[in-house]
Design a binder for this molecule. Structure first.
Ligand code: ASP
Ligand code: MG
Length: 456
């Protein structure tokens, strides 16, 4: 059996929904299909929730728009006699949504629990539509309610999936007599039974959980681009899709914020060693990118990626040199901040910390507080400041492990293009080299490196 995930843009037009139906007809194997909400609907639900919590009555307009969007889509997809009670199902969900939003409005507050309920309606509605479409065009179809079987638990400040419980539930609930089973993406519940979600972009993760639980022979992620690219095609015109990548490479890239795949998706398929393919619903005959535990090392670097809005903190002073325990206190002070890169040269004169700009004030305050005595009293540590306006440029590829001179080539290229490097970090895995540069240099640097490593 195989699991296929279709993203929001793949379930938003008549043409792509037809493509989905055709794609499913290509095999006799059992298939589970996991769909996202219609594109932008989750954003609209978030917008409505925020408005309601701020006593802004225009949240009602947003609800009306969401309802109309689904009704119009049903009219485009189905003749009247095919629609069954689909519009009534949508209206029922919208009714529920309005009730929750009214409560949010009354309370003047959006609780985490209310937020989860509100955003879960997108997937409930889109999957009801797809279910009806496939029932008409692909024969008998089963439905598996992800909000019943995918279980999360609150850990480390967020909802995490309880994988063993989830796998048990899926195995028990799945009925292999149905050739096709529709299972909504993104939605889940926690151990107490309250609605939760797997996080924005989480439908990929839902699909990976089904694949791992049922030991699928393949996971297909159908989206609106033709795979994982050598660089973001919106930034680099001649970027091209990669044929093959390893789980590790994809994990590195998705953690960098590359939008192609939601980062937590990789772990379940990696652990169960299930091949994953990223494909384009708009061009279903293209090959896409195959992700397995092997990679081709034709190119030592697979992909370049940039991350903007980065701040750098430099922690310096005579107090650092030869003293133990300083780094421990520093990292403890940063326990609530997402640290992206840490670097210290062996002279021990400075520790550099790279974070998101939005975390800069919090980080500076926490460090200055922890080292108040060293900064103001002993003056052995300089007050910390955040410098903003940086970007991280990362090169990712398993082939860098065995190839000498790759970083040398990259740095020479950047030098030739007058790009000043502020910080370099490479882990011992050698899969990822991250370079911090000024954001004003980022496009130039990305183009230069992509041309150097991917000239035809
Ligand atoms: N609809 C959800 C979102 O937009 C989940 C997904 O699309 O994967 O974040
Ligand atoms: Mg989405």
């Amino acid at each position: 059996m195989k699991v296929l995930k279709f993203g929001g843009t793949s379930v938003s037009s008549v043409a792509t929904v037809k493509n989905i139906s055709e794609i499913l007809k290509k095999t006799d194997d059992n298939q589970i299909i996991v769909c996202s909400a219609l594109s932008k609907v989750t954003n609209m639900l978030e917008e409505a929730a925020n408005k309601a919590s701020q006593k802004d009555t225009t949240y009602k307009k947003v609800c009306t728009e969401i309802k109309k969007r689904h009704h119009d889509f049903i009219d485009q997809l189905f003749a009247v006699d095919e629609q069954g009670n689909l519009k009534a199902i949508i209206d029922h969900h919208i009714d529920q949504l309005e009730k929750v939003l009214e409560a949010v409005y009354m309370l003047n507050e959006l609780s985490q629990r209310a937020y989860y309920i509100v955003v879960s309606f997108g997937e409930k509605m889109s999957n009801a539509i797809i279910f009806q479409y496939l029932t008409i065009h692909n024969g008998s179809v089963g439905y598996l309610d992800s909000s019943e079987v995918i279980i999360t638990k609150f850990e480390n400040g967020k909802e995490d999936v309880n994988r063993s419980q989830t796998y048990k539930n899926i195995a028990a609930a799945y009925n292999p007599e149905n050739k096709i089973t529709v299972a909504p993406g993104f939605i889940s519940r926690n151990e107490k039974g309250y609605a939760t979600t797997l996080g924005r972009g989480g439908s990929d993760f839902t699909a990976a959980l089904y694949a791992a639980a049922l030991n699928a022979m393949k996971l297909e992620i159908w989206t609106d681009v033709s795979g994982i690219y050598t660089a973001d095609p919106r930034k680099i015109k001649n970027a091209r899709p990669l044929e093959k990548m390893s789980y590790r490479e994809v994990l590195e890239l998705s953690n960098l914020g590359a939008k192609v795949i939601y980062a937590p998706t990789v772990k379940p398929v990696l652990d169960a060693n299930i091949p994953m393919v990223i494909l384009n619903t708009f061009y279903p005959d293209e090959k896409g990118t195959l992700v397995t535990n092997t990679t081709d090392i034709k190119n030592p670097v697979k992909s370049f990626s940039t991350m903007d809005n980065i701040a750098m903190l430099s922690f310096t002073g005579t107090g650092l040199v030869g003293n133990s325990g300083i780094a421990g206190r520093l990292f403890n002070a940063l326990k609530d901040v997402n640290v992206i890169i840490i670097s210290q040269a062996c002279s021990e004169m400075a520790i550099n910390i790279v974070i998101n700009e939005r975390d800069a004030d919090k980080a500076v305050e926490a460090i200055n507080k922890e080292f108040d005595f060293e900064i103001k009293g002993k003056k052995s540590i300089l007050p910390i400041k955040a410098e903003t306006g940086y970007s991280i440029l990362a090169m990712v590829g398993e082939g860098m492990k065995n190839a000498a001179g790759v970083t040398g080539r990259a740095f020479t290229t950047l030098g030739k293009h007058n790009v000043n490097i502020h910080l370099i970090a490479q882990g011992s895995s050698e899969i990822n080299v991250s370079i911090v540069i000024k954001s004003s240099d980022a496009q130039n640097a990305l183009e230069a490196l992509h041309n150097e490593f991917f000239k035809e």
